[in-house]
Design a protein around this ligand. Structure first.
Ligand SMILES: [Zn+2]
Length: 287
């Protein structure tokens, strides 16, 4: 774990999202859980050594943010947006989240295979959110304040967690720093508005959902990148390119690799990003 400030810790070097936690004078608040069991157990033990886990906050429903909840059953509450709860480990045509978590085991966490739950055991109690929100909320835990901000865009239930006492915001997948951005279920105009909202926070550190801990300057980079993606597909559609041509000629492939452990998924990410934008931008305009 990387110590970001006196009481804030984050893990940016493992496959999956960047989980983290904040140590308060009255227990610990965890933000997302490691997808890989060995890391999940290690992080939970590190938290418990510093106090009871008062809250686990899930910032979104993608599997790399929530699968590790299974190993955090000592958390008193799991807080998430209603949309995250509604989509928690739901199987979609593109992805079966349980299989996706399992597929990473031989390569990324062979030591964790003995504690990886079988499907029945897992779904009997995956440790779902029990505190559901539909907008912003504020938690006070010990000497720390947690402004939980609804920042839709990457997913519609996306949350960010701003901790003013530490001058830190956990931005989740509203920010991908130095790796490919996943746009599948995104709403780009909402995402840009959420980035602009985070720009207004008085923070020294931005902990992204993927990539290294960074600063507010990265928010502008992410915004520009989203606009570039949207522009490139809109221009291609105006030239009459098909979806397949957009995938084939896509220039974003060479920009970044996908985050740690998912480098092999580059074509999958590009294809799905193009499909999502193409379908939305080529839909008939509303009068
Ligand atoms: Zn995500």
């Amino acid at each position: 774990m990387e110590q970001v400030t006196r009481n804030v810790f984050a893990e940016t070097k493992i496959r999956g999202c960047n989980p983290g936690y904040v140590v308060t004078s009255d227990g610990v608040v965890v933000i997302d859980t490691p997808q890989l069991p060995t890391h999940a157990v290690k992080m939970r033990e590190a938290c418990e050594a510093r106090g009871p886990i008062r809250y686990l906050i899930n910032t979104e429903f993608h599997v790399d943010h929530i699968f590790g909840n299974f190993f955090f059953k000592s958390a008193e509450h799991v807080l998430a947006h209603q949309i995250t709860a509604d989509n928690f480990m739901t199987v979609y045509p593109e992805i079966n989240p349980y299989n996706y978590a399992k597929e990473a085991m031989p390569t990324d966490d062979p030591d964790g295979i003995p504690i990886f739950p079988d499907e029945n055991e897992y779904f009997a109690d995956p440790n779902r959110p029990d505190v559901l929100i539909t907008g912003d909320t504020t938690l006070t835990v010990g000497d720390h304040t947690f402004h939980v901000l609804h920042t839709p865009g990457h997913t519609l239930g996306e949350l960010a967690v701003y901790v003013p006492e530490e001058r830190v915001v956990f931005a989740s997948d509203t920010v991908f720093n130095g790796c490919q951005t996943w746009l599948y279920v995104s709403d780009i105009p909402a995402w840009i508005a959420s980035l602009e909202r985070l720009m207004g926070l008085d923070v020294d550190y931005v902990i992204p959902g993927h990539g290294d801990v960074t600063t507010k300057a990265e928010l502008n980079v992410q915004r520009a990148f989203l606009m570039e993606w949207e522009t490139s597909i809109a221009v291609a559609i105006s030239k009459g390119w098909t979806k397949e041509e957009c995938i084939e000629r896509n220039e974003f492939r060479s920009r970044f690799s996908v985050d740690i452990g998912q480098e092999y998924m580059l074509d999958h990410v590009i294809e799905n990003n193009v499909r999502a934008l193409y379908d939305r931008l080529s839909a008939p305009m509303k009068p």
